[in-house]
Design a protein around this ligand. Structure first.
Ligand code: PMP
Length: 361
């Protein structure tokens, strides 16, 4: 049996071990079906049930209101950067709040579709903070406000939705979806690629209200129109069957953990362990994000110099702590600690960091 290490990858990221074992057990044949989930038709009863169960579990976890639709799409969150403005701009302007690299990319794509106002951009301080309500330069009558709840690269996270009045909110929730309860009714649409907190790569969850569906124009290419996916219940074309199957298992795992309030509490404790090592290190570790907007999912920090950073990464691997190198645009270290990262993994990293600082600080 191959030994598993603690994998701090930003995504595709760790999946719960129980989920992997379950999938392994069922890989040759689904119970009572005699066929693998990899081999069944997306029009089969068995897949219908998987899809319906996955949706029901997500509805339960997030208390999704009845007038909201849950879609399982392909193309990753990057395709959502285009689909959102294609479907929701309606010839108007949209406000984008840019708190990191992904928000910036979302703006680039939206600009291909129409008029975009950048309501705030944190680029001046290398995306280490969030805007205050007063700093947001919102447009009158904007079609929507788009924000990124957690910037995966910089490690800054909104604790609550930005204050934007009555304008419909659209959120890229890719890297903190299902990490805490949210009030779905506050959103017109939210989307999350699965490969961080929800499952494997290949599927993107979109949750959208009826109003947003009704606003979709009819002249879009079929695959890019949300309405088609709503009407076809995520089977407009062949959905990523195996990815949806795994999302269903992850959703059950989350319910088994006690739901999102329990997961949020655990995530807060996990992140606090790492941030307290950073804060107690007398500046040996420099946190990238300002303390009041630190991400519970991606903990970003640097060491005093490149040599120490290289030594840190090599020594971490000796302790079974992998995939800690930061993104090149921020440098340093990034520990991604999504739902599936066990408390023990975070504890092992915190102890390693403490020890490394004591030896080299
Ligand atoms: N938005 C955020 C916040 C992300 O973290 C990512 C992936 N790292 C994306 C968008 C892009 O997702 P995908 O690769 O699935 O298109």
């Amino acid at each position: 049996m191959t030994e598993r290490v603690y994998n701090f990858s930003p995504g595709p990221a760790m999946l719960p071990e129980a989920v992997l074992r379950h999938a392994q057990e069922e890989l040759l044949a689904l119970p009572a079906l005699g066929m693998s989930v990899l081999e069944i038709s997306h029009r089969s009863e068995a897949f219908d049930e998987i899809l319906a169960t996955a949706e029901a579990r997500l509805r339960g976890l997030l208390s999704i209101p009845d007038d909201y639709h849950v879609l399982f799409l392909q193309g990753g969150s990057r395709l959502q950067f285009s689909m959102v403005p294609m479907n929701a701009l309606g010839g108007r302007t949209a406000d984008y709040v840019v708190t990191g690299s992904w928000g910036k990319k979302a703006v680039e794509e939206a600009r291909r579709e129409g008029d975009v106002n950048v309501a705030w951009d944190g680029g001046e301080s290398n995306y280490d903070r969030l805007p205050t309500a007063e700093q947001l330069q919102l447009t009158d009558e904007a079609a929507f406000v788009h924000f990124t709840s957690n910037e995966t690269i910089q490690g800054v996270q909104f604790r609550a939705e930005p204050e934007t009045g009555d304008v419909p909110l659209i959120c890229d929730a890719s890297s903190d979806f299902l990490s805490r309860p949210i009030d779905v009714s506050r959103y017109s649409l939210l989307y999350a690629c699965a490969q961080k907190n929800v499952g494997p790569a290949g599927v993107t969850v979109v949750i959208m209200g009826n109003d947003a569906v009704e606003a979709c124009p009819s002249n879009l290419p079929g695959m890019l129109n949300y309405r088609n996916h709503v009407e076809a219940k995520s089977c407009y074309n062949t959905p990523p069957v195996f990815s949806v199957y795994l999302v269903n298992l992850v959703a059950q795992w989350l319910l088994d953990q006690g739901g999102l309030a329990a997961i949020e509490q655990r995530n807060e404790q996990k992140a606090a362990q790492l941030y307290s090592v950073i804060d107690a290190s007398d500046g040996f570790y420099g946190g990238h994000a300002q303390p009041d907007c630190r991400s519970l999912m991606n903990v970003t920090f640097c060491l005093p110099n490149e040599d120490l950073q290289t030594a840190f990464l090599a020594a971490a691997q000796q302790h079974q702590l992998y995939e800690l190198k930061g993104h090149r645009s921020v440098g340093g270290i990034r520990a991604s600690i999504y739902n599936a990262m066990p408390v023990a993994g975070v504890k092992a990293l915190a102890e390693f960091m403490d020890d490394f600082a004591n030896r080299h600080g």
